[in-house]
Design a protein around this ligand. Structure first.
Ligand code: BDR
Ligand code: CA
Length: 338
């Protein structure tokens, strides 16, 4: 089993990533770091605790991370993820408590304790990991693998015309992380799942109906014209809350002319963390624009060595999106039903 350290800004697609990992027998989640991003860090932590409790999952450590980026002003995205970060879902108030350790401390401690075995997955801003690198510069070579959802490569941004959300929230942190994998480290370069690929991972209402079916909702109870609506409510609480979250997320995508669908970036990165066979990657040297008045937060990839710097990233460039979606439905639906 893969020992995992998650760092998330839960978040609707982060929620689905967490459910996917809980549903995956290969995943051994050692801790979850909450970073401020889609919503404030404390709310992110509460959401993680609530999902864990709702799923009856083992007592996994949830550590509070930084609520603010290293130097940039804080931004959150309630418009995309709802006031609490989980769309229309009203998750029960968790009774579990937060870890007494900071997210950065947990990164460092777990990397040292499981040297060579820990797989890091970041689906939020990179603030906590940057803080951990400050404490332990050798951290990259202690990890078995690092997978990051972030950036946009030869592809438009989703926060500014050129910048993706996770990088845009804390570009300084992102630069620290990419720089940490520059020449001189024996670490495997991180696998970077950017919008160029994750915007192709498209969840449609019919997929949510399949999830509900897999979780035990009789097909005749699903309204074909409204599988996420009141009439199709799944008795299974995990899927019902997930569907309420996804309805909000799909409405957001529709408001931006993308149709009633959802790009589920983070579950894809989670799957790659468990099994890198999900992606074809291409090595590149990645740097983050910090100064540009129009381009701050852009991830710039040098694919051919123009900078004369060795590659510091494996950029995800191809996958089979529908195979992944089916795999996700099978896992999460089956887990919820169990
Ligand atoms: C990323 O931004 C967040 O809103 C999502 O959770 C995802 O991690 C996509 O740009
Ligand atoms: Ca996220």
């Amino acid at each position: 089993r893969q020992r995992l350290m998650l760092d998330v800004d839960t978040g609707i697609d982060d929620s689905l990533a967490l459910l996917y990992l809980l549903a995956s027998p290969e995943a051994d989640i050692r801790a979850i770091a909450a970073t401020g991003g889609n919503v404030a860090a404390r709310q992110v932590a509460t959401n993680n605790l609530a999902w864990l409790e709702l799923c009856g999952a083992p007592d996994i450590e949830v550590a509070l991370g930084s609520d603010v980026p290293l130097t940039a002003p804080m931004q959150t995205s309630e418009e995309t993820h709802g006031p609490q970060g989980v769309g229309y879902a009203e998750l029960p108030e968790p009774t579990r408590t937060l870890s007494s350790r900071s997210a950065a401390d947990v990164w460092v401690d777990l990397a040292r304790k499981h040297a060579g075995q820990l797989v890091g997955v970041v689906t939020g801003p990179l603030t906590n990991l940057a803080l951990a690198l400050e404490q332990e510069p050798e951290l990259p070579s202690m990890l078995k693998r690092l997978v990051v959802m972030g950036g946009a490569f030869n592809h438009p941004g989703n926060t500014t015309p050129v910048a993706e959300w996770n990088i845009s929230v804390d570009p300084e942190a992102a630069k620290i992380v990419f720089d940490a994998f520059d020449e001189g480290t024996s670490a495997e370069p991180p696998i970077i799942c950017g919008l160029n690929l994750t915007e192709r991972i498209i969840l449609r209402p019919g997929h949510v109906a399949e999830l509900a079916k897999a979780a035990g909702l009789p097909p005749e109870r699903i309204a074909a014209d409204d599988p996420l609506g009141e009439r199709s409510r799944c008795p299974n609480p995990v899927i019902r809350h997930l569907s309420d979250a996804l309805r909000f997320y799909m409405e957001f995508h529709r408001a931006y002319e993308q149709g009633f669908i959802a790009h589920i970036h983070d579950p894809f990165a989670a799957a790659v963390a468990l099994n890198p066979q999900w992606v074809r990657t291409r090595a590149a040297t990645v740097d983050v624009e910090l100064a540009g008045t129009l381009t701050r937060g852009a991830t710039v990839a040098d694919w051919v060595g123009m900078w004369g710097r060795a590659p510091n990233a494996d950029i995800a460039v191809a996958t089979d999106p529908e195979a992944f979606i089916q795999h996700l439905i099978e896992r999460v639906g089956g887990y919820a039903a169990a």
